[in-house]
Ligand binder design. Structure first.
Ligand SMILES: *[C@@H]1O[C@H](CO)[C@@H](O)[C@H](O)[C@H]1NC(C)=O
Ligand SMILES: *[C@@H]1O[C@H](CO)[C@@H](O)[C@H](O)[C@H]1NC(C)=O
Ligand SMILES: *[C@@H]1O[C@H](CO)[C@@H](O)[C@H](O)[C@H]1NC(C)=O
Ligand SMILES: *[C@@H]1O[C@H](CO)[C@@H](O)[C@H](O)[C@H]1NC(C)=O
Ligand SMILES: *[C@@H]1O[C@H](CO)[C@@H](O)[C@H](O)[C@H]1NC(C)=O
Length: 443
């Protein structure tokens, strides 16, 4: 059963974000679209998974044992996924702390680097990093349409120690009332969590630290890295770099609307529209200044930053939401169209994590992380109804994240500081469109 598109787009536009661009004359409200993408496997080529070869006694602190996960006892996983550690830890040392983040930590496989610790977060805001764990870069892979999980030969555990964290508070299994207003507060809570984590897993102190993530992690990751750089005494880790996959770096109008029509022209096989519809969207793109915006700002060398908006709205001016028109029209031609992965055609594959994709589906099997046996195996709280994305806008206090996009100040500062920064954008992604990201980093 499918909800009408209008409802769908509402549910995709739930998060209200207020931010002030230092250059914009007025404060404006932005609805950040739900950006929980992550259908692509961010894969790294290595050859040896060798998952069984780890020691369960890596950590001297006796408290570590209560987080140990036996890799032969993970429900539905019919191979030895190796020893790992997971559970909840508070965001501060306050004994009465009620806010806790859920993590799943894996040591490196035999070929991985013992000196590297890689933190991964999904986006949203409010989407669980266990999505990344099970469908992107973890040792166990359970993709759309797969009947059972299989080992992931491209697991990032082949690179180093991996730490998936469900953050901020309000995401996944994490506990407590969200109370943050911006990315600085988010970074403080994450660092507080990391301090508790390193107290227990003290053997990980001093590692080279990489911060990685996708989508709304384009806000999270640069702000967290910036906070750690600015407060070097807080964590006994050495920040080395950032990796961002299809990150949110710009206002929606730049990420989504400006490049949408050109994206249709570049992918005509996927959007086989008739001439009259093509003429309609071309006219909107021209009238709303999207066409000229692309021409003026997607050139190299670029004009001097800062770039203006194409109109007055950071989202879309009245009559200029050409993106929604395109999605409505393409769903008539391909009912399985997936904004996160445009080459999909019917049948729509089921998802063990229950991610809605372009439209909600009936869940044909229990959501994996919502199963009592799975929760028990990974020390997750039994009373939490786990959902992949918390779409209730609750991970930031209303009206939402007040921080500016990281591309305005934080990311340039990090790059100037020498943090190795890798940005990857997906060409099959019709949510955070590659050309929009390229405009965002033209500075
Ligand atoms: C924790 O809560 C208890 C009971 O409310 C209180 O007596 C104690 O002082 C609190 N401890 C701290 C460190 O706030
Ligand atoms: C983040 O929010 C807190 C609480 O509202 C505020 O004190 C702080 O100045 C904000 N930080 C930034 C960088 O906006
Ligand atoms: C397009 O740009 C022109 C000139 O920069 C401006 O006058 C006009 O208002 C813009 N139109 C829209 C729809 O934003
Ligand atoms: C062209 O496509 C649009 C959008 O799908 C549709 O509404 C319209 O009926 C089509 N026109 C013709 C002549 O097929
Ligand atoms: C979202 O809000 C609804 C209504 O308040 C509630 O029933 C539901 O449990 C909430 N979902 C999550 C994931 O918090």
């Amino acid at each position: 059963m499918r909800r009408p598109l209008s409802l769908l787009l509402l549910s995709f536009s739930t998060v209200v974000t207020a931010f002030t661009h230092p250059l914009s004359r007025q404060r404006s409200l932005v609805r950040q679209r739900e950006k929980a993408l992550g259908r692509r496997s961010a894969s790294v080529h290595t050859h040896n998974t060798n998952v069984g070869s780890r020691s369960s006694t890596r950590f001297a602190n006796p408290e570590a044992a209560s987080f140990h996960v036996d890799g032969t006892q993970i429900p539905e996983v019919d191979f030895n996924a190796g020893d790992s550690w997971s559970g909840l830890l508070p965001i501060s040392s306050d004994p009465n702390e009620t806010r806790k983040l859920f993590f799943w930590y894996y040591p490196p496989t035999a070929n991985g680097n013992e000196n590297d610790l890689i933190f991964w977060t999904n986006g949203g805001p409010g989407c669980s990093s266990l999505e990344g764990f099970l469908q992107e870069n973890g040792p166990i892979s359970w993709q759309f349409g797969q009947a059972r999980p299989t080992p992931n030969p491209y697991s990032w555990t082949n690179l180093g120690h991996m730490l998936w964290v469900e953050q901020p508070v309000g995401t996944g299994f994490s506990q407590g009332e969200p109370n943050i207003h911006n990315e600085t507060e988010l970074a403080m809570q994450f660092v507080g969590f990391m301090q508790q984590f390193l107290n227990i897993f003290a053997e990980l102190k001093g590692k080279k630290f990489y911060l990685t993530g996708e989508s709304y992690a384009g806000f999270y990751v640069p702000y967290i890295a910036d906070y750690i750089y600015s407060n070097p005494s807080l964590l006994q880790l050495e920040v080395q770099g950032l990796w961002l996959g299809s990150p949110v770096l710009a206002p929606d109008v730049v990420s989504i609307q400006v490049p949408a029509v050109n994206f249709v022209h570049k992918n005509q096989n996927v959007f086989p529209f008739n001439q009259s519809f093509l003429a309609t969207i071309n006219k909107i793109a021209k009238g709303c200044n999207y066409t000229s915006y692309l021409k003026n700002f997607l050139t190299y060398p670029p004009p001097l930053a800062p770039f203006p908006l194409p109109g007055i709205s950071v989202e879309s001016d009245p009559g200029c939401d050409v993106y929604s028109l395109i999605v409505e029209a393409v769903l008539l031609l391909n009912p399985a169209f997936d904004i996160f992965r445009i080459l999909d055609t019917p049948p729509v594959l089921w998802d063990v994590l229950g991610f809605p994709g372009t439209f909600p589906q009936i869940q044909v099997a229990p959501v994996y992380f919502n199963r009592p046996d799975v929760k028990a195996a990974i020390h997750a709280p039994a009373n939490v109804q786990w959902t992949e994305c918390n779409l209730n806008e609750s991970v930031f206090v209303a009206p939402g994240d007040t921080s500016s996009p990281s591309s305005w100040e934080v990311l340039p500062r990090l790059i100037a500081r020498g943090a190795r920064t890798v940005l990857v954008t997906g060409l099959a992604d019709f949510v955070l469109i590659s050309e929009g990201t390229r405009i965002a980093i033209q500075k």
